[in-house]
Design a protein around this ligand. Structure first.
Ligand code: PNS
Length: 157
């Protein structure tokens, strides 16, 4: 049985994230979506909120959502994951992701695989979604409905 880890900040989850997770669900036996508790940037949503949004957006039976703190490679070992999967939008993602993947390989030997984001989601990022939503633009076509609702509520608060 192969368990894949799909890690990220998911602040908030976008259609691009969900697309990558859905394709992992159809390839791997078990998928653990790993939500980092303390991302480098101060998150808009708490770890509990980001995890709940992902759970509501990922209905596949072989997908589970879990929060983690500390090194990704340690969390991968704890859940029995043998592969890390990340989505790639553009070369700018590649420059960053190749560095992370090589560091993780150095630390534990774990394999990282990259999934090319669907072209229709190639321009979406969590940061841009938050900015557009905060300025009154519609993000309904860019994120799951539960996320659009959560953003609208956060921006009204
Ligand atoms: O959504 P992001 O910001 O691309 O996710 C980055 C993430 C969470 C995958 C990365 O920052 C990470 O793995 N953090 C955990 C701490 C860690 O293991 N750092 C060393 C990575 S080489």
């Amino acid at each position: 049985m192969i368990t894949a880890l799909v890690p990220g900040s998911f602040d908030p989850p976008t259609n691009g994230h969900v697309d990558v997770i859905s394709r992992c669900a159809s390839i791997f036996d078990r998928v653990v979506v790993a939500v980092v508790a303390n991302p480098s940037k101060q998150p808009m949503f708490t770890i509990e909120e980001r995890s709940a949004l992902l759970e509501a957006s990922c209905p596949w039976d072989n997908v589970e959502v879990a929060g983690f703190d500390g090194l990704l490679v340690d969390f991968a070992a704890a859940v029995g994951a043998s592969v890390v999967v990340k989505g790639l939008r553009a070369m700018t993602d590649f420059d960053y992701e190749i560095q992370l993947s090589q560091m993780n390989r150095h630390l534990s030997g774990i394999v990282t695989m990259f999934v090319a984001t669907k072209p229709e989601w190639g321009y979406i990022s969590s940061s841009l979604v938050k900015e557009v939503s905060a300025l009154g633009g519609s993000v309904d076509e860019l994120v799951p409905a539960v996320v659009a609702q959560a953003l609208a509520e956060r921006n009204q608060a």
